[in-house]
Design a protein around this ligand. Sequence first.
Ligand code: SDX
Length: 379
Amino acid sequence: MADKEISLNRGLQGVYLDRTNTTFIDGKEGVLEYSGYNIHDLAENSNFEETSYLLMYGELPNQKQLDEFDASLKNARVLPQQAYDVIDIVKDSHPMDVLRTTISTLSSFDEDRDDFSEDAIIRKGIRLTSQVPIIVMAHNRMRKGLDPIESSKTLPHAANFLYMLEGEEPSEDTAKLMDTDFVVHADHGCNASAFTTRVVTGTNADFYGSITAGIAALSGPSHGGAAEGVMELAKDVGTPENAAAHVKNLLANRERVMGFGHRVYKAADPRAKHLKDGVKKLSEEKGETAWYEILLAVQEAMTPYARRGIHANVDFFAGAVYYLIGIPQDLFVPIFAVGRIPGWTIQILEQMRHNILIRPLLQYTGERSKEYIPITKRD
Ligand code: SDX
């Protein structure tokens, strides 16, 4: 087809793949809603359990529904022994690789594996929402030669995640901040990892295959991998006074400032403020305000880029939250996955409801109809 007839959208920028009634994003105004509820209301008033229910079922639960959903999540806080065996085999790998490998293994031990009904998909989503935190924290212990901390059966999701770090219950403020982090990471429309889960679901592959592929997509620094990079940036900057020169140097070398920019948001990412407030509070509580001050100085140095739609995204302050809580830096990206399981679950469900193979085109620009020359006659 002649060039003029093809609208080529590299990276599928601005291309609408399908319809959804789950996550609404207005990139121009910086608005994010899950099933019609504004992220500011959810971050301030809801919690991860309730938000996960909202994403999976499309409406806020009543108390009975929430209690039953929460009980399902707590009952699912268990891993088959074979999962621990796999973690042990690959324990020297990066936590995202361990997570991807272990989730893939779980499909072999899920009695619902070949059940593609909505109820079964939600059961798998609930199971993984509770198992992913265990995988991340069990690996963190096992790679140090320590036994995993057994999951609490009573603590809320975020508090249980932090409890499995070293067997200590987090303070209420720290648990609330972790919970808020999970709420704001829970879904985000057709981002790279959600698109990946949809592509795999589009071939009628199984739930675990879709999630495993989503984890692989998330691990890249252009997507979920930025939180780790933000802390590296903060360490490289060293002091607030160095921030402007450091950022100027990065930009002069056409390097990316981790935690900034977004394919869709050209106004401020509405999620960032909730983590920024948390970092301020936590760093003052811990008397470790240096990281917060460095990040503020980097954000100040990036102000001129706001005019070009480049603002701090959800990952910019997330890294400092995890660092201040005492979570190892290479667990920062797996934490993103911990929060995103409910989102991937609803993305898979929506794709399944009106399933279609996702198969875009590539515009061919090579030579055509070349003569085949036998190898004996080639130069
Ligand atoms: C998330 O999609 C989602 O929804 C993702 C997410 C989710 O919840 O799933 O919201 C999660 O937001 C994570 C994003 C984490 N990644 C980073 O923080 C890595 C740093 N950011 C960038 O690499 C970049 O901003 C992207 C990849 C996030 C978005 O890039 P785009 O939309 O492809 O834009 P682009 O690369 O074409 O950049 C456009 C311009 C370029 O300048 P020019 O070449 O036109 O002169 O903006 C510049 C870029 O150089 N730019 C940056 C920048 N981001 C964009 N310049 C410096 N630092 C940056 N971070």
